[in-house]
Design a protein around this ligand. Structure first.
Ligand code: NAD
Ligand code: IPM
Ligand code: MN
Length: 355
């Protein structure tokens, strides 16, 4: 029996709707497989928790999480209760940093039955490798001067180690795919960190002569995601560029509610964290209409991380069939609820998964 211990943080908003549905799907995967067991332990850390305890998680929260095989997280953020910078630095970003989850992998590809705004949605399959620990998301900066002449400064921090790490990951991933890496840059002399980014890219690429490369400024690259996403295989991007590109990745699939993600700890010292690209969506929370596919596909990425590739692929095939048969939420053109989509996936999983 293969057993995985998973810390579950549903978080805020629709995280509390899509996580339970995804856990049910994972339970079903384990049940029908027979040789697999998931031990879920749920933690209520969220903005509501903050209102009660004055912090997003207990002081020993990170230590508690370190004992798990992985972390499965919904979304964090309820700006009506807690300012986003407080909730995010206090939980989400804290976990990414403390557990050295330096790589964020975010795929986007054609999926049967989706409602993509693209004319030819069936010809793209890309993965963004987002640098996840530094860059524009640095703690360096702050407000200087208050009052009428108020000023805020944000310093981007790019280390050679962090930049190389993301790029090497992208090249190695491309070697297992279609052998092409695109660098997301902005090196036309405006952003100081980007000529450095280009230099590291050139150095790293020299070790992978079998991989083709190109490089686009982030503004043009964002437009190409919409006009010709089929030219991309693996894209390596800084933290902020990768953040923005991957919401577009969701959009070209048909909804940000579909896009999955994995925050990977590369050295194996700490757990990795699986949370979709989307946020807590306060505008639709409580209506039961959130698309659970992003969270379920994220669960598939967690299965991949455990080496359960075949099972993960079966799960994604079932999700695709269910979507293609029109059992889908409103954001992608259906009328089903979050729970109905999850239940249909479970029902069909019972037919296809075997040991
Ligand atoms: P969001 O991703 O929550 O929502 C953007 C839009 O997409 C909304 O219209 C929403 O209804 C829609 N959407 C998102 N997920 C959906 C789903 N599964 N099904 C259907 N529609 C979906 O982004 P936002 O509005 O910018 O942020 C809301 C809150 O979430 C903020 O507090 C933000 O900081 C936080 N956030 C958290 C995470 C995270 O924890 N990983 C990620 C992004 C945003
Ligand atoms: C994401 C989110 C986070 C990010 C926010 C909520 C800090 O947008 O995971 O894409 O920017 O990394
Ligand atoms: Mn984002």
């Amino acid at each position: 029996m293969r057993k995985y211990e998973i810390a579950v943080i549903p978080g805020d908003g629709i995280g509390k709707e899509v996580v339970p549905v995804s856990l049910k799907v994972l339970e079903t995967v384990a049940e029908v497989h027979g040789g697999l067991k998931f031990d879920f332990k749920e933690f209520p850390w969220s903005c509501e928790y903050y209102m009660e305890h004055g912090k997003m998680m207990p002081d020993d929260g990170v230590k508690t999480l370190s004992n798990f095989d992985s972390i499965f997280l919904g979304a964090i953020g309820n700006p009506n209760l807690v300012a986003d910078h407080v909730s995010l630095w206090g939980l989400l970003i804290k976990i990414r940093r403390e557990f050295e989850q330096s790589i964020n992998i975010r795929p986007a590809k054609y999926f049967k039955g989706l409602r993509s705004p693209l004319v030819n949605p069936n010809d793209f399959d890309l993965i963004v490798v987002r640098e996840n620990s530094e860059g524009e998301y640095s703690e360096v900066g702050g407000r200087i001067h208050r009052g009428e002449d108020e000023v805020a400064i944000q310093n981007a921090v790019f280390t050679r180690k962090g930049t190389e790490r993301a790029m090497k990951y992208a090249f190695e991933l491309a070697q297992k795919r279609r052998g092409h890496v695109t660098s997301a840059t902005k090196s036309n002399g405006i952003v100081h960190s980007m000529p450095f980014w280009d230099e590291v890219f050139k150095d790293v690429k020299s070790s992978y002569p079998d991989v083709k490369t190109d490089s686009f400024h982030i503004d043009a690259l964002a437009a190409f995601f919409v006009t010709r996403p089929q030219i991309f295989d693996v894209i390596v991007a800084s933290n902020l560029f990768g953040d923005i590109l991957t919401d577009i990745g969701g959009a070209i699939m048909g909804s940000i509610g579909i896009a999955p993600a994995a925050n990977i700890n590369l050295n194996g010292k700490y757990p990795s964290m699986f949370e979709p690209v989307h946020g807590s969506a306060p505008d639709i929370y409580g209506k039961g209409i959130a698309n659970p596919i992003g969270q379920i596909w994220t669960a598939k990425m967690m299965l991949d991380h455990f080496g359960e590739y075949e099972l993960g692929q079966k799960l994604l095939d079932v999700v695709e069939d269910v979507t293609n048969d029109g059992i889908k939420t409103g954001d992608i053109g259906g009328t089903a609820t979050t729970i109905e989509v999850g239940d249909e996936i479970c029902r069909r999983l019972k037919k296809v998964v075997s040991v």
